[in-house]
Design a protein around this ligand. Structure first.
Ligand code: ARG
Length: 274
């Protein structure tokens, strides 16, 4: 297959170490509180991800973990930053509610002035994905449909709502990944979406990489791309060849301990878009 030459651009990410990570409650089908978590291993796997970003030339900022907020390692959920504007999160479940303020405090302490405390439930980049033309926005499990209008008004970018149907793919970033944010290139798993949303995706992104059920179930779409390198769960083996064919360099990561909370590469990574 012929493809456009790919180019990496340097990114800035906000991440939170899994110091207090555990699975003591269940708010998605991946979480089983009876399954033990190997905390040192979770830490080592998370450190690998940080090291990998830094070795690729990206900047990783760190958020202070809080002992009462075991899901804080999934930093993607704490806010959405586009054009230097910060839309804070408002979590669907009380167990995670406290994370929103921790993120807002970080942004205020780091010179961000255009910060909105949201009116409607949204879990940051869990349900918002930024392409060059759109902000794709999931709904059905976490983000309120009303948060889509709020994001559109705040960012001044068109927000396109997509309906999620399968509880395993409870956030948009478990079923869809932006590969090239300068060209509207994505990969996704159609089975996670309603028939109407599938038709919308097929119409807007006819050249998208379509993931199989198997790769989606390995959380292979919970990936982060810098335009060239695509960091994704290494168990999603079926995605590697099609990514290479499109000119990307897949980088497999082992975040198996963090999968026990229902997240992987993308969930741990919030992108700070200047
Ligand atoms: N245990 C967390 C939850 O269910 C996992 C969040 C994963 N993050 C993500 N961006 N999908 O809320």
């Amino acid at each position: 297959m012929r493809h456009t030459p790919r180019e990496a651009s340097p990114r800035r990410y906000l991440m939170c170490p899994p110091t207090h990570f555990k699975v003591t409650y269940s708010i998605n089908p991946w979480m089983d509180p009876t399954k033990p978590v190997d905390l040192p291993l979770a830490h080592a796997q998370w450190e690998d991800l940080v090291d990998r970003y830094r070795s690729l030339g990206h900047t990783v900022e760190l958020l202070e973990p809080h002992p009462d907020l075991p899901d804080m390692v999934y930093a993607a959920n704490g806010a959405t930053v586009v054009d230097g504007r910060v839309l804070g999160a408002r979590f669907a479940y009380p167990e995670r509610a406290g994370e929103a303020a921790a993120h807002l405090d970080w942004f205020r302490a780091h010179g961000y002035t255009d910060v909105r405390v949201p009116e409607h439930v949204n879990e940051g980049e869990g349900d918002f994905a930024v392409t060059s033309s759109w902000i794709l926005a999931g709904r059905g499990f976490r983000a309120s449909p009303l948060s889509h209008g709020e994001a559109q008004e705040f960012f001044g970018r068109p927000v396109l709502g997509l309906d999620l149907l399968d509880p395993r793919y409870y956030h948009l970033d478990t079923a869809l990944c932006v590969l090239d944010d300068t060209r509207d290139e994505i990969m996704y798993y159609p089975g996670a979406f309603s028939p109407g949303s599938r038709a919308v995706l097929a119409r807007l992104f006819p050249d998208a990489l379509i993931a199989t059920e198997e790769d989606a179930a390995a959380l292979g779409l919970n990936a982060v791309s810098d335009g060239l390198h695509v960091l994704l769960p290494q168990a999603a083996v079926g995605l590697f060849a099609p990514l290479r064919e499109r000119g990307y360099t897949p980088v497999g990561m082992d975040l198996m301990e963090l999968l026990k909370g229902g997240g992987s590469v993308k969930c741990c990574t919030q992108e700070l878009r200047a």
